[in-house]
Design a protein around this ligand. Structure first.
Ligand code: UTP
Length: 317
């Protein structure tokens, strides 16, 4: 994946460091918000009576990938925003003593340990979004739990894979700049209308990473209007000031409170960076993205990846 997409990398002094707010810098990123209250309409009928976040990708529910990314990134407290019909998410990350005892009695200690580890991963808290009024609204529901701390947001239906956890990389950039940062990936120009697209200044090299100061964000632009082909993919590390912007964000497209609108304000008034994610990302809340994630992760599975690869090859005409 090319980072600069034909644009010249400009080596400039890293202005974010100078602009760093000393108080914000002192606070580490300890919390993550996982909005999971959406209705999952793109995945109907599978999501009629079960949360899309609980659809299994290979051998674990979709949302567990985000939870594990948080754990690998040093997050200590995960706040999951749930809604009606989402009990299975809380149950999944809760202790299951009956199941653990049953497995132990049957001599299946490995499985008992695996079940126990899921609830021991990290500290979980839950808040509810009564009505799914948009991603921005869901994040705002977590305000009291996040309090005055910088925090990560991970969309529970997006799986990011790569040599390092995406959220950890964003946290490092946040801690170096003292400003918010979001992950973006290059997409084909004909697909920009499916995403939020960033309008950026020329890239800046920082500690071996290429980052872009965001001028603006455009939600689902046409290919002709798109200011770049860098798409927002569902990983953010933001300062607590985002809540003030969200609070004043008026409902936009579809009557929903869009996180993008608050991010535009944040970018203009406090600064916001884009980091081009070099790993893979799958929108597994979409049927095709879900299948792609399933196949690629199954191929990497140490137990049956090879057998699965052989079977896939056998399908070729
Ligand atoms: P999506 O747009 O992918 O989720 O939102 P959705 O609304 O459930 O899906 P479709 O489009 O109807 O298929 C991105 C993330 O934001 C959460 C979703 O659960 C998903 O993780 N979300 C979205 C909320 O928590 N609340 C909302 O009101 C909207």
């Amino acid at each position: 994946m090319r980072l600069t997409r034909g644009r010249e990398i400009v080596m400039v002094r890293f202005r974010g460091v100078e602009a760093m707010n000393a108080e914000t810098k002192r606070k580490p990123v300890r919390k993550a918000v996982l909005p999971a209250a959406g209705l999952g309409t793109r995945f109907l009928p599978a999501t009629k009576a079960q949360p899309k976040e609980m659809l299994p990708v290979v051998d674990k529910p979709l949302i567990q990938y985000s939870v594990e990314e948080c754990v690998d990134s040093g997050i200590e407290n995960i706040i999951i925003v749930t809604g009606r019909g989402k009990h299975a998410i809380e149950d999944h990350f809760d202790a299951a003593p009956e199941l653990e005892n049953f497995l132990e009695r049957k001599g299946k200690q490995d499985q008992a340990n695996m079940v126990r580890e899921i609830s021991d991963l990290v500290r979980f808290s839950y808040t509810r979004q009564k009505v799914p009024l948009g991603l921005g609204h869901a994040v705002l529901e977590a305000r009291d739990m996040v309090d005055e701390e910088p925090f990560a947001i991970l969309l529970g239906d997006v799986i990011m894979t790569g040599p390092e956890p995406a959220t950890r990389q964003l946290i490092e950039i946040y801690e170096a700049t003292g400003q918010g940062v979001i992950a973006v990936v290059p997409v084909p120009r004909e697909q920009v209308s499916l995403y939020g697209i960033v309008d950026t200044e020329p890239p800046v090299e920082h500690n071996g990473r290429t980052i872009y100061r965001i001028r603006d964000l455009v939600e689902k632009p046409s290919p002709e209007e798109a200011p770049s082909t860098l798409a927002v993919v569902g990983r953010y590390v933001l300062p607590p000031e985002i809540f003030t912007y969200l609070e004043h964000t008026k409902p936009g497209r579809g009557g929903e409170i869009q996180l993008t609108d608050a991010l535009r304000q944040l970018a203009k008034e406090r600064g916001l960076w884009a980091y081009v994610w070099e790993g893979k990302s799958y929108d597994a809340g979409d049927k095709l993205g879900f299948l792609q994630a399933t196949v690629e992760l199954a191929l990497e599975n140490p137990d049956f990846g090879e057998a699965f690869r052989d079977w896939l090859r056998s399908l070729k005409p």
